[in-house]
Design a protein around this ligand. Structure first.
Ligand code: SF4
Length: 337
């Protein structure tokens, strides 16, 4: 059996700008512009990048929250991006989501019991009333909330506890994949760590695949298997976690990593401050999209867009530096700074 759960092939999502919807050649936001990756069963893939890089759009496209512009999304060998809306029900059970703000994703007029019962009922998972209650109790235990939480309302909980309820609700559907869209970004540092540990434990116990979308590389270091780095609608680097943290091969990843504290006491990374803002996704730069901010840009970068190419050991990178002789490539063998 193939270990691949989800394949995303050359995914594009372009949003027409308001007012240019019906005009041929009208302006478009190139939110996601040719993204490919796979997630294996029981694997965590972190999708990271600055705000506006398109990572949340990728998550929502996979979940079929809107139609895509081009490309393919394949779940367990079956194409799902072109499925008619009426056939999406089984798919919705298999792919769940945990958003950043549980207060807006949990209905404030439903008690925790009903919030957890809803997906169980929708997908006809309980065999009896007793089974329903047992499932709800087990879900609360798995996310480390007391049984008494059942009778309470979402607003009675702290942010971290609410996120536990949102995770329990996602688990209630018995999914294969959970998309965590900035799921810990709004939490305090210590609570963040608790929720990340919880997600890891649940992943191991239930064999879940996680797409962990985050702007924060520091948080993904402890919980992911592989990392995909996005910049302006494209993946610029994708690699196993150890490989990307030890030796980033894209200048953008190098800059993001330079802000992450190292685990060794006293060790420091050389901080790289990127100049300028992220360019507009309405009119992305020609050539390499990162060239306007890249400290190593050279002539070819302004003219030719680099492809995402395989390096060694499952490491992929889109950067012309790796066509230069090693002596001229500052990222040929980058280790911790
Ligand atoms: Fe920088 Fe050029 Fe590599 Fe783009 S292709 S990241 S501009 S060196």
């Amino acid at each position: 059996m193939s270990p691949v759960l989800l394949e995303v092939n050359d995914l594009k999502k372009h949003f027409p700008l308001r007012g240019s919807l019906l005009r041929p050649g009208g302006l478009r936001v190139y939110a996601v512009d040719g993204v490919s990756f796979r997630i294996d069963k029981a694997e965590t893939l972190a999708l990271v990048g600055e705000s506006g890089c398109g990572k949340s759009t990728v998550g929502r496209a996979i979940l079929r929250l809107f139609d895509i512009t081009a490309g393919q999304v394949v779940l367990d060998g079956r194409r799902i991006d072109d499925m008619p809306a009426g056939s999406l029900r089984p798919l919705r059970r298999r792919m769940q989501v945990v958003f950043q703000d549980p207060l807006s994703s949990l209905n404030p007029r439903m008690r925790v019991r009903d919030l957890l019962a809803e997906p169980i009922r929708n997908f006809a998972l309980a065999k009896s009333t007793a089974d329903m209650e047992a499932r709800i109790d087990l879900l609360l235990e798995k996310v480390r909330l007391p049984r008494e939480a059942k009778t309470r309302w979402p607003h009675e909980f702290s942010g971290g506890q609410r996120q536990r309820i949102a995770i329990a609700r996602a688990l209630a559907a018995e999914p294969d994949l959970v998309v965590c869209d900035e799921a810990v970004s709004a939490l305090d540092v210590s609570v963040k760590a608790q929720i990340v540990n919880l997600l890891q434990d649940l992943q191991r116990e239930f064999g879940l695949a996680l797409l962990f979308i985050s702007h924060d590389l520091a948080i993904v270091e402890h919980m992911t298997h592989r990392v995909a780095v996005m910049y302006l609608g494209k993946i610029v680097e994708l690699a196993p976690k150890k490989s990307i943290f030890a030796a980033p091969k894209h200048p953008y990843t190098e800059a993001l990593l330079s802000a992450v504290p190292t685990p060794e006491p006293g060790a420091r990374r050389r901080r790289i401050i990127l100049k300028g803002d992220v360019p507009s996704p309405i009119n992305p730069p020609k050539g390499c999209r990162f060239h306007t901010r890249c400290p190593y840009a050279f002539d070819r970068c302004r003219a030719e867009e680099p492809e995402l190419r395989a390096m060694r050991d499952g490491h992929f990178v889109a950067c012309h530096l790796h066509d230069l002789p090693a002596a001229q490539n500052p990222l040929a063998a980058t280790g911790p700074h």
